[in-house]
Design a protein around this ligand. Structure first.
Ligand code: NAD
Ligand code: UGA
Length: 460
């Protein structure tokens, strides 16, 4: 019985954001009917199966609890648009690969198609919620499309960016630092905003639900990602200096992070940040700044991406130099391929860049990852004649010259390293791209250990 639901919510785009976000709302609010649609039929079929299209700890449980009760995954877009009161738009907004702004600006084609589709199908007033990350002022374009054929239906556009991180999405959605809702400061804008506030207030303390004008909300999302990525580039830039000066990046990060104004989080030196959003959102910010003639501001943010590229390349050069300047026909084992732990996502993973560079050096790669091997095969297709994909890290490492940690999976912290060392070619090299293993212990076993931002521990 449809009438038992207080509200009908629709989400367009069943990806990493749309799926988990709507599952959480459905789980917390059985009084609403939530439909999630996608043009990708395979994805929808997977959402309706026991094998969800994304790996995210805790996601299976909440989907199972709500699916079929008040959570529905469908491909019938027209019907879903017609019957919904509130439409979240969570389609992908990748970097443009063609024409003006190629390689920098956001590609808004999926976004615009969605707006036109809503206009074409809607028969009653609706609140449209921007969930995707968008350039500031995109809501204006959305409003213009929705009012373009002078129909009498009122659409109110809100900005409600998503701050979840992959791998911790369920906790981030259940206990967010904040929910941000931007609206027009008109009577109807504020009414729509309050309606969305009430949805989140079903499980989130109202003090954490913050509101602003719509442009500030759009911009805050991109700036949040830029600040987070900037911290990683800051610590990674200092890791390079530590390696030259025998300082230890963990000690530096700890000493700096103890200052409560700076804080401890997001100061883990690494092979560089990956993920579908940091680079794309910063490039978008850079593009916007240049568009408005703010070249100094653009250069400042661009340097965050440049340091990230430098960090990935530096890691490859360190491997090459340590291994006597040749990797030809050497079996090298990459531990992890996902862009971070607890996800199967490899989008923009630094492991992709590093694998490609090692392949150029004619190394033979063995890649292992508990969740991302399928994606790794796709990322390296056509260049993987000398690449093997192996589930078991012991088997992967056996017979190799070097192990390089790409992803900080807990699994790699407590393996039987004596056994692994004994199965490798000597001298055995260990490059810890995430600083997660006990370097001293590995050195004592016999490995030549190369952490990030710390003195190397070598036997020669
Ligand atoms: P995604 O690629 O996983 O999912 C987007 C989905 O939208 C795809 O399944 C695609 O088929 C679908 N789609 C595209 N056009 C459509 C249309 N016209 N109708 C119906 N479906 C359509 O992307 P994502 O990672 O979920 O990211 C979505 C947005 O959220 C992006 O703007 C991203 O920047 C932002 N974001 C992502 C994360 C994250 O952790 N991945 C976090 C916060 C914000
Ligand atoms: C990031 C943000 O954290 C989310 O708030 C945001 O919603 C999301 O982007 C988005 O807009 O897509 P995510 O990319 O999923 O989330 O994961 P993060 O935990 O931010 O990690 C990003 C990358 O930085 C990973 O490759 C990670 O390994 C790396 N990282 C992170 C470091 O190298 N060092 C750190 O200290 C932290």
């Amino acid at each position: 019985m449809e009438t038992r639901f207080e509200k009908k919510l629709l989400c367009i785009g069943a990806g990493y954001v749309g799926g988990p976000t709507m599952a959480m709302i459905a789980y917390k609010c059985p009084q609403y009917k939530i439909t999630v649609i996608d043009i990708n039929h395979k994805r929808i079929a997977e959402w309706n199966s026991d094998n969800l299209p994304i790996y995210e700890p805790g996601l299976d449980e909440i989907v199972k609890a709500a699916r079929g009760r008040n959570l529905f995954f469908s491909t019938d877009v027209d019907k879903a648009i017609k019957e919904s009161d509130i439409i979240f738009v969570s389609v992908n907004t990748p970097t443009k690969t063609f024409g003006v702004g190629a390689g920098m600006a956001a590609d808004l084609q999926y976004w615009e198609k969605t707006a036109r589709h809503i206009l074409q199908c809607a028969e009653s007033p609706k609140i449209i919620v921007e969930k995707s990350t968008l350039p500031v002022k995109t809501a204006l374009a959305m409003e213009r499309i929705l009012t373009s054929n002078n129909n009498k239906i009122h659409f109110e556009v809100l900005s409600n960016p998503e701050f979840l991180a992959e791998g911790t999405a369920i906790n981030d959605l259940e206990n967010p630092d904040r929910v941000l809702i931007g609206s027009r400061q008109t009577e109807s804008g504020i009414k729509a905003r309050d309606e969305l506030v009430e949805i989140y207030a079903n499980w989130i303390n109202k003090q954490r639900i913050i509101t602003s004008d719509i442009w500030s909300s759009e911009l805050s999302k991109i700036v949040s990602n830029a600040f987070l990525a900037q911290r990683i580039s800051s610590i990674n830039s200092i890791s390079a200096l530590c390696e030259k000066t025998d300082a230890d990046i963990n000690d530096v990060a700890r000493a700096v992070g103890f200052d409560s104004r700076i804080g401890m989080k997001f100061l883990n030196a690494s092979i560089g940040f990956g993920g579908s959003c940091f680079k794309k959102d910063i490039l978008n910010l850079v593009y916007l700044c240049r568009y408005y003639g703010l070249n100094e501001v653009a250069d400042y943010w661009d340097s965050v991406v440049k340091i990230n590229d430098f960090q990935k390349e530096r890691f490859v050069i360190n491997m090459l130099t340590a291994m006597f300047n040749t990797l030809v026909n050497k079996k090298i084992c990459l531990w992890g391929f996902a862009f971070k732990a607890n996800t199967g996502d490899t989008r923009e993973s630094p492991a992709i860049y590093i694998a490609k560079r090692l392949i150029e050096e004619k190394a033979e790669l063995v890649i292992t990852d508990p969740k991302a091997l399928e994606r790794a095969r796709i990322d390296l297709q056509n260049i993987d004649a000398n690449v093997k994909y192996v589930e078991d890290p012991y088997e992967a490492a056996s017979g190799s010259y070097a192990i390089a940690i790409m992803t900080e999976w807990d699994l790699y912290k407590n393996l039987n390293y004596e056994k692994i060392y004994n199965s490798m070619i000597k001298p055995a090299f260990f490059f810890d791209g995430r600083n997660i293993v006990d370097h001293q212990r590995l050195f004592e076993i016999g490995f030549n250990v190369f952490p990030i931002g710390k003195p190397a521990l070598t036997h020669f």
